[in-house]
Ligand binder design. Structure first.
Ligand code: GDP
Ligand code: PGA
Ligand code: MN
Ligand code: MN
Length: 611
């Protein structure tokens, strides 16, 4: 049994509440050793992980890891928000009583780290000094070294973040215990995994996974679920699954800031890393602030709606990342980037990695290549021949400082003012390329009725449409009606309201191909949106928002079939009226939905019927 006091003394952890917490869980989990880590330990921990075979080298200054084959995505059905107040139950938060879940998780964690090291990771989810930084302090405890290495990339990690807190108790207790992965019954009736955020106690208890959002607790459990709850209780902020970018017009010198939510695996990271199309590159620049999480608040002095990314890194989807779709992403995972790849294909002899869409065809010489499970490609049977080499949810992890288009002020305390909030999902039809919404309640209503096809990032059936309010369905922390109220209150408190918009890069033709080229060309509709905000274009008013006139879009250098372009700039009224009836059902699930939202719904419905 570890001498925890001595370890904490040596690491310089003086916060008495943190010390008690570490002591408590070291005892409960039965860890053999306790080790406090900060970002400076990365190099040593990487070496240890390589020696232990937890990582393998992927060329110079890059690493490869595999997760257990039944542990490759977030598990929403095993994820729970627990509190002491049944009124916190929502439709999507899988609410359970704290009095039930805490003992259950403690029981699972009991002795479960025997023989292992428990790493203590003090972290900050926020740029240091930011107005919301007090809500971003946490300490993750984990018995898994690769999780530590991911946390060091994804969050600001160091002892300084937990000492000298104004309130020594204001930190999130985030406990991660891996469990015996081959014996957890993943996906069966006897599933042993639980991922619980005890929101009103600011305690996160995750058991039974070492993958991504299930295990990097600063990111999703704290950065989204806990933050959403904290923002509501404090009435101060929103914690959202949003990307955040700056678009600089070099001709006028003005930078616009756009934030917005797309469900997992629907294009946030690619949009944030977007390089302008070649033809527009002289005039515009896109800056990366964040690709997965934004916290939004109103600055008390200026009255402006502000946003910041609480993360320190990118956990990006590997699939289809290549020189054409996303050269910036490739730049961020270059040699010596210290990036970690998870569940892509790997060649131990050449130390190369590969994933579907990296190149048009997989490496012609399959010698040495292993798929994401570690099976040799050369030994595949006829039946396995067409299986993907990489897992569809395989990822790369890299730090923001390595992202080529990182904004110059990304780490500054102030955050950035928000010009527009956009929502988008993968929708095959109905949703045009972009529609702008000027009314706040209609914008919030639009977010609440965001729908997308299920994606491989969350367990579910690909291709089935499901509603995903604000892209927060898996991260909802309290009732949706209260959430809508709080969202409206935050936005309405700003002196200048953001413009809202709904975008869709994924409309398909009857033959199944994407009608819009996407990726870098997604800058074009966003430039139109900024022009609309400036009154430089007027668009066409439709029942569901303002659409660009074809001639208002900057199409310089764009290759697109004229019919396809028409198709993505069109509203199919009948199809929309059908959708509206689904929306009525969707919204009726939420008690206490603000009247403004119903009014917005009824306005859109009436406008469609009159059209
Ligand atoms: P995120 O999970 O929301 O951050 O989504 P990503 O940016 O990682 O993208 C998820 C998947 O969608 C990747 O395989 C991307 O290559 C693909 N993708 C992203 N943007 C576009 C786009 O504009 N068009 C098309 N067709 N695919 C895209
Ligand atoms: P994603 O982020 O939105 O880029 O997929 C990770 C996640 O949501 O689990
Ligand atoms: Mn996400
Ligand atoms: Mn992403």
């Amino acid at each position: 049994m570890a001498d925890v006091e001595a370890v904490l003394d040596a690491a310089g952890i003086t916060n008495p509440r943190v010390r008690e917490y570490v002591q408590q869980y070291a005892e409960l989990t039965g860890a053999e050793r306790v080790e406090v880590v900060s970002a400076a330990d990365d190099e040593r921990l990487i070496q240890e992980a390589l020696e232990a075979g937890e990582l393998q080298p992927a060329g110079k200054g890059r690493y490869y890891s595999r997760s257990y084959h039944k542990d490759t995505a977030r598990s929403e059905e095993r994820t729970v928000v627990a509190t002491n107040d049944p009124k916190d139950k929502g439709v999507y938060n899988n609410w359970k009583p704290a009095s039930e879940m805490k003992p259950l998780l403690h029981e699972k964690m009991k002795g479960a780290s025997a023989g292992k090291t428990m790493y203590v990771i003090p972290y900050l989810m926020a740029p240091a000094g930011n107005a919301l930084a007090p809500w971003g302090v946490g300490v993750e405890l984990t018995d898994n070294r690769p999780v530590v290495l991911h946390m060091i990339r994804m969050a600001r990690v160091g002892v300084q973040y937990v000492n000298d807190l104004e309130d020594p108790n204001q930190f999130v207790r985030a406990v991660h215990v891996t469990g015996d992965l081959p014996n957890l019954g993943q996906g069966t009736d006897d599933d042993q995994r639980w991922f619980v955020t005890v929101a009103d106690e600011r305690t996160i208890l995750h058991y039974g996974s070492s993958y991504g959002g299930n295990a990097l607790l600063g990111k999703i459990a704290h950065g989204l679920r806990q933050a959403a709850y904290d923002g509501w209780v404090s009435k101060k902020f929103l914690g959202e699954q949003y990307m955040l970018i700056g678009i600089k017009d070099k001709e006028t010198g003005k930078t616009y800031h756009v934030t917005g939510g797309f469900p997992s695996a629907s294009g946030k990271t690619n949009l944030a890393m977007m390089l302008p199309p070649d033809a527009l590159g002289d005039r515009y620049e896109v800056y990366f602030y964040g690709d997965d999480i934004a916290w939004l608040w109103v600055d008390e002095k200026t009255g402006k709606l502000m946003a910041m990314n609480p993360e320190n890194g990118v956990f990006g989807v590997a699939k289809d990342t290549n020189e054409t779709t996303n050269p910036t992403a490739l730049g961020s995972i270059d040699e010596n980037s210290e990036a970690i790849f998870t569940n892509v294909a790997y060649n131990p002899t050449t130390q190369e990695v590969w994933w579907e869409g990296r190149t048009k065809n997989p490496p012609a010489d399959v010698t040495g290549w292993e798929d994401w499970r570690g099976h040799l490609i050369s030994e595949r049977t006829e039946a396995q021949k067409n299986d993907p080499w990489a897992h569809p949810n395989s990822r790369f992890t890299t730090t923001l400082s390595k992202v080529p288009n990182i904004a110059p002020d990304w780490d500054e305390a102030a955050g950035v003012p928000v010009d527009a909030i956009i929502f988008g999902g993968r929708t095959r039809d109905r949703e045009p390329l972009i529609r702008a919404i000027t009314d706040v309640a209609e914008g919030v209503y639009d977010g609440l009725t965001l729908g997308a096809e299920a994606t491989f990032a969350a367990e579910g059936t690909e291709g089935v449409l499901r509603y995903d309010p604000m892209s927060n369905r898996p991260f909802m922390a309290y009732g949706e009606g209260e959430y809508a109220r709080h969202y409206l209150d935050i936005i309405n408190a700003a002196d200048e309201k953001p413009l809202f918009a709904h975008v869709n890069w994924f409309q398909r033709g009857e033959d199944g191909r994407f009608l819009w080229p996407g990726y870098r060309d997604n800058l074009r509709p966003l430039l139109w949106l900024m022009q609309l905000k400036n009154g430089e274009v007027e668009g066409v008013q439709t029942p569901v928002g303002i659409l660009p006139k074809k001639e208002e879009l900057n199409l310089e250098g764009l290759e697109i079939d004229a019919d396809d372009l028409d198709a993505v700039l069109r509203i199919d009224n009948a199809r929309w009226q059908q959708e509206i009836s689904h929306r009525t059902e969707h919204l009726e699930q939420f008690p206490n939905l603000p009247e403004e939202i119903w009014e917005a719904h009824n306005r859109v419905k009436a406008a469609l019927e009159a059209d």
